[in-house]
Design a protein around this ligand. Structure first.
Ligand code: C2E
Ligand code: CA
Ligand code: CA
Length: 605
C-alpha cells in the first residue's frame, strides 16, 4: 500500500456535491486532545456543521481503544482522526506508524493540529512522510476547520472506492487464475492426492518411449499396489482410507525426485515413471521403496495397520516396440505376480507374468472349478504341525490342490481368488470340510486337523449345519478340529465373522487366526476376537534367524498371544536355527518344510 503524503490532495479543492455531503456527514470522526476545552470546541464546530458521529479521546490509549472498537469484519469504520499534537501517551507520528501496520487502519487519514510555536519543520516532514493527512495550526476557526475535515473525508471516500474496485478486480483476476490453474491441474491430476493421473502418465510415457528410442536410454515404470488396502477401507471407512492414501502419496513424493512422474492409477495403486536410469539403480530403488513401506504403521483410533506394498517393474529400453498402454499393462502384470508371490515384494516384468495374469483373469477358470467340484478333481494335501509340548506332530493342516490335465497340480493361489470372485468358494469350503472329516476317521486319535476356511464364512449358511452333521455322523471329538481364517478376512467383516466363529466354537471346535501380522493387523481386534490360536505369518519366520526386527516382532506376538491366553504357531519354519529360536521364545507349535512338506498321504491309525 502506498504511503505517500496526502498533502497535495488535501490542498486541491475536492468538489463535494449534494448527496455526497450527506454521506460525508455520517462519517465517524475521532477527536483527540489533552485539553478538554480544545476537544469540546472542535466537536462543537463539527456538530454545528452537521457531523453527528463523533467520538472523543483524551490520551493515546483512548485513541487506540476507539480505533480497536471500530473494527468489524476486518474493516474499521473510523473515517478520520483529528489529533492535537500535544496529546499524551502517543505522538502523531507513532500513531501513524502503528496504523500503517494494519490494513484496517492504513487508509484512515489524520488531521494533526499543532501550535505555531511548536513548529518543527523536520518533524512535520517526517510526519507527512508517514502519511499524516494534513497539518493545521492552532487556533482553529469555524471557517477553516469544518471544510478541512470535509475535504479530508471526501479524499478518503474517493480513495476507498478506488481501492475497493482494485481489490475486487484483483480478487476476480485471482479467482479466474486459480480456477484456470485448477482446471489445468485437475485434467492431469488426481483430486485426492494431487498426484498425476493416468492421462498424464500416458502423455509422459509417450515422451519417454520416444526419448528412450532416440537416445538409447533406460527408463523404468514402477507399479505399486498397497497390500490389503481394502481391509482397512472396509473396516475403518473411506475417509480413513483416504487419509492413508494421502500419507502414502506424500511418502512417495519424499522418496522420489521431482523429476519423476508420480501417478495415482487406481484406488490403491500408484505408478512412478523414472526416466534416464540404470538397471541396477532401478532394482535398488524398488527395493528401497518396498522397505520404506514394510513396517510402516498406520494408526487409527486404537487400531494399528501394518502396511506393505507389492511392486512391479517394467524396464523401458530402446529395444522395446511398445505403446504406453503396453508398458503400463506389463508393469501391472509384474505387480500382480509380486502380489501373488506373497505380497511385500518386488518383481521385474518377464513375459511369463502375462500368462499368470491371464490365468487369473481367465473366464475359463470358473467352469473349470465347477467341473473340478463335480468330477472330484480337488485333492487335499496335509502338512504336519509339530508341538513343542508333546515333542511330536500333533496336527495336520489340509491344503487344497486341483488336478489339471497332464497331471498338472494347481495351487490354491491359482484358483481361490477366482473362486472367491465367482462365488464358488463356499462350495470349495464345504468340499474340504466334508473330505477332511472323512479322512480324520483314518487318523490316530491324538492327531488333530486344521481346515482353512475362506473369507466371508459368515455368508455361508451351509457351513455350520454341515459341521454339526459331520460331528454327529463321525463321532469325532470336536476338539480335534481347528478352523483357520485369515486375520484380514476376520477384520473385514469383524462382527459377522465373529458371530460365525462363536457358533462353530460352541460345537467344541477351535479357531486359529492365520497369517497374523502380515498385512494390516491390530492387537486390539485380537483382544476381541474369540480365537484359540494365533498363526504368525510365514513372512516373519523365513528369515527369523537373521533378522533382528523379525525377532523382536515374533517375540512380542508370542508374548501378547500368551498374555491373551492363546496358543501360537509359527509357519514357514525351514531351518533348525529358526526352530531353536522359536523354542526359546516359547512358541507352542511350528510348521514348515523343516517339519514336513505338504503330502498327499496321511499316517493311518
Ligand atoms: P496358508 O494357510 O498360510 O498355507 C501355508 C502355505 O505355505 C501353503 O501354500 C503351504 O504349502 C506353504 N508352506 C508351508 N510350509 C512352508 C515353508 O516352510 N516354506 C514356504 N515357502 N512355504 C510353506 P499353499 O498350499 O499354496 O496354500 C496357499 C494358501 O491357500 C493357504 O495359505 C491358504 O490361505 C489357502 N488355502 C489352502 N488350502 C485351502 C483350503 O482348503 N480352503 C481355503 N479356503 N483356502 C485354502
Ligand atoms: Ca492356513
Ligand atoms: Ca498362513
Amino acid at each position: 500500500m502506498e504511503h505517500q503524503s496526502d498533502v497535495s490532495q488535501t490542498q486541491q479543492i475536492v468538489p463535494v456535491v449534494g448527496s455526497d455531503v450527506d454521506v460525508l456527514l455520517d462519517s465517524k470522526i475521532i477527536i483527540a486532545g489533552t485539553r478538554i476545552s480544545d476537544v469540546a470546541f472542535m466537536k462543537t464546530m463539527l456538530e454545528i456543521s452537521g457531523f453527528s458521529n463523533i467520538m472523543v479521546a483524551y490520551d493515546g490509549d483512548e485513541v487506540m481503544q476507539c480505533l480497536r472498537q471500530g473494527i468489524h469484519d476486518d474493516i474499521c469504520d473510523v473515517d478520520l482522526l483529528v489529533i492535537d499534537t500535544n496529546l499524551t501517551g502517543i505522538t502523531v507520528r507513532e500513531l501513524r506508524l502503528v496504523m500503517d501496520q494494519f490494513d484496517e487502519w492504513r487508509r484512515i487519514p489524520i488531521i494533526s493540529l499543532t501550535q505555531e510555536s511548536q513548529w518543527d519543520h523536520a518533524q512535520i516532514l517526517t510526519d507527512l512522510g508517514h502519511g499524516v493527512t494534513s497539518l493545521f495550526y492552532h487556533p482553529m476557526t469555524a471557517e477553516s476547520f469544518p471544510p478541512a475535515v470535509m475535504t479530508a473525508l471526501a479524499v478518503k471516500k474517493e480513495r476507498d472506492v478506488v481501492t475497493q474496485k482494485q481489490i475486487q478486480l484483483e480478487d476476480e483476476l485471482a479467482n479466474l487464475k486459480v480456477m484456470e490453474a485448477r482446471l489445468q491441474f485437475s485434467v492431469g491430476h488426481d483430486d485426492l492426492t494431487g498426484l498425476s493421473n493416468r492421462r498424464r502418465l500416458e502423455q509422459a510415457l509417450d515422451l519417454t518411449l520416444t526419448n528412450v528410442r532416440n537416445f538409447n536410454l533406460i527408463s523404468a515404470l514402477f507399479y505399486v499396489d498397497l497390500d490389503r488396502f481394502k481391509v482397512l477401507n472396509d473396516a475403518e471407512g473411506h475417509e480413513v482410507g483416504d487419509t492413508l492414501l494421502v500419507q502414502i502419496s506424500n511418502a512417495l513424493r519424499g522418496y522420489f525426485s521431482v523429476k519423476d512422474t508420480l501417478v495415482r492409477i487406481g484406488s490403491d495403486e500408484f505408478a512412478i515413471l523414472v526416466d534416464t536410469t540404470e538397471r541396477d539403480r532401478v532394482m535398488a530403488t524398488a527395493e528401497g521403496l518396498r522397505a520404506l513401506f514394510d513396517g510402516y504403521i498406520f494408526e487409527h483410533h486404537e487400531h494399528q495397520y501394518h502396511l506393505s506394498v507389492s511392486i512391479g517393474i517394467k524396464l523401458i529400453t530402446a529395444e522395446d516396440t511398445l505403446t504406453s498402454g503396453d508398458v503400463l499393462s506389463q508393469a501391472n502384470q509384474a505387480c500382480y505376480t509380486a502380489k501373488k508371490r506373497g505380497r511385500n515384494r518386488v518383481h521385474l516384468y518377464s513375459p511369463h507374468d502375462r500368462e499368470m495374469y491371464n490365468l487369473r483373469h481367465n473366464v475359463q477358470w470358473a467352469p473349470r472349478i465347477r467341473a473340478a467340484l463335480k468330477q472330484e478333481l480337488f485333492v487335499l494335501e496335509f502338512q504336519p504341525i509339530y508341538s513343542f509340548e508333546t515333542g511330536d506332530v500333533s496336527h495336520y493342516e489340509c491344503l487344497i490342490r486341483m488336478r489339471g490335465e497332464n497331471n498338472i497340480l494347481y495351487y490354491p493361489n491359482d484358483f481361490i481368488p477366482v473362486a472367491e470372485t465367482m462365488g464358488l468358494i463356499h462350495q470349495i469350503d464345504l468340499w474340504v470340510v466334508n473330505h477332511a472329516f472323512d479322512l480324520m476317521r483314518t487318523l490316530p486319535d491324538d492327531i488333530s486337523i486344521a481346515i482353512n476356511l475362506s473369507g466371508n464364512i459368515f455368508l455361508d449358511r451351509e457351513l455350520y449345519p454341515l459341521v454339526e452333521k459331520k460331528l454327529s455322523q463321525t463321532g469325532i471329538n470336536p476338539a480335534r478340529i481347528v478352523f483357520e481364517i485369515t486375520e484380514t478376512s476376520a477384520i473385514s467383516n469383524f462382527e459377522q465373522t465373529k458371530e460365525m466363529v462363536v457358533q462353530l466354537r460352541s460345537l467344541g471346535c477351535s479357531f486359529a487366526l492365520d497369517d497374523f501380522g502380515a498385512g494390516f493387523n491390530s492387537y486390539s481386534y485380537l483382544k476381541h476376537f474369540p480365537v484359540d490360536i494365533l498363526k504368525i505369518d510365514g513372512a516373519f519366520i523365513t528369515d527369523l534367524d537373521n533378522d533382528a526386527v523379525d525377532q523382536l516382532l515374533v517375540k512380542s506376538m508370542i508374548d501378547i498371544a500368551h498374555g491373551l491366553g492363546k496358543k501360537t504357531v509359527a509357519e514357514f519354519v525351514e531351518r533348525q536355527s529358526t526352530m531353536d529360536l522359536l523354542k526359546e521364545y516359547g512358541v507352542d507349535y511350528i510348521q514348515g518344510y523343516l517339519v514336513g512338506k505338504p503330502q498327499s498321504l496321511l499316517p493311518s491309525s
